[in-house]
Design a protein around this ligand. Structure first.
Ligand code: DAH
Length: 335
């Protein structure tokens, strides 16, 4: 009996190792501790032994039985991990958490901008990214010899087609199809062949604004932009207009807000000026009204255009525009 026990013990590991699926493991186990198993037979015969042998064999049997159960369990687990057990789903294994997507920071800021203007009654309009020279330049009173017409400022495609360099052409497209009064904003992608660096990208986003009616004034423009900047950047934000030139507005201005970091005292972000430039604006040039065949004596209006990346960078304190387009989760996860 002791000899048989010894044999089982010696070959157990090897025999178990040769079991490659659940079925063979079960058979192997039954061969040892099943109804007619080798170990079971020994247990049945223990009563025929003398006292001394009983103790010895009994404790060996118990030890072996325990070893067999543990070994079989471990083997099943090992096989199920490799998927070879025939029972390949290990329900005890922890699941793989799926990553939940979120909105891109530009989408977040764009929605905030759109929401603010929608609250003021502006409708959202879109236009094509492939434009003609006529809409991108000519009808906006940008004459042929204007610097921004030169090839280095615009991606030309073929003939008179180009990638729009701003969202302003949608002003013309919309006015051709609609009569005042109206107020619209135009979000969208624009393209410029700039060398990429921390503050330049060959593709970026703008939001254009246009409001036209019978007595729209510069005061309306200031009021709308004031509400916009206070809602987006906080109640304490102040605004100033600096005279500027745009061919499609007259008069024109660049609009600054008080620095959202230092509040106007001067810091690194505002280059110690206390002000941050956020958009261009002005009263629609009557020449543009002529292109869209409005009776320009009757209508007045204002327009503005802002860069979405720039606004997002200011609001979130981002110092490199390239971060928006690199798809680095470590960056995107923060919004
Ligand atoms: N289109 C101008 C640009 O891309 C921005 C702009 C300035 C738009 C003044 C306007 C405006 O509508 O009135 O730089």
């Amino acid at each position: 009996m002791l000899g048989e026990l010894q044999k089982i013990k010696e070959t157990f590991d090897k025999d178990l190792e040769s079991c490659v699926d659940l079925n063979s493991i079960n058979l192997f186990r039954a061969g040892l501790i099943g109804k007619k198993g080798r170990l079971t037979e020994i247990i049945k015969n223990i009563s025929s032994l003398n006292r001394e042998e009983k103790v010895k064999v009994g404790s060996l049997v118990n030890e072996l039985k325990h070893e067999i159960e543990l070994g079989v369990k471990a083997r099943i687990k090992a096989l199920s991990r490799t998927g070879a057990s025939g029972d390949s789903i290990d329900v005890t294994m922890p699941g793989v958490a799926s990553r939940i997507g979120r909105k891109h920071p530009l989408t977040v800021i764009l929605k905030e901008i759109v929401d603010i203007f929608e609250d003021m009654g502006f409708g959202v309009v879109e236009g094509p990214e492939i434009e003609t020279e006529y809409y991108n330049f000519e009808a906006l009173n940008i004459p042929k010899d204007h610097p921004s017409r030169e090839a280095f400022d615009t991606f030309y495609i073929e003939g008179t087609y180009l990638l729009r360099s701003h969202t302003s052409p949608v002003q013309v497209r919309f006015m051709e199809e609609n009569k005042p009064p109206f107020r619209i904003i135009v979000p969208g992608r624009v393209y410029r062949p700039d060398a990429t660096d921390a503050s330049h990208s060959f593709m970026f986003h703008q939001v254009e604004g246009l409001m036209v009616g019978e007595d729209i004034s510069l005061a309306d423009l200031k009021g709308v932009l004031e509400i916009f900047s206070k809602r987006l950047f906080g109640k304490a934000t102040r605004m100033r207009f600096r005279p500027h030139f745009f061919p499609f507005t007259e008069p024109s201005a660049e609009v600054d807000i008080s620095c959202i970091i230092c509040g106007g005292a001067g810091c690194r972000v505002c280059s110690n000026k206390g002000w941050l430039e956020v958009l261009g604006a002005g009263m629609v040039n009557p020449k543009v009204f002529k292109y869209v065949k409005y009776g320009h004596e009757k209508y007045t209006g204002f327009a503005f255009g802002m860069g979405v990346e720039r606004i997002a960078m200011l609001k979130y304190g981002i110092d490199d525009i390239r971060l928006f387009f690199e798809n680095d989760f470590r960056f995107l996860r923060q919004f």
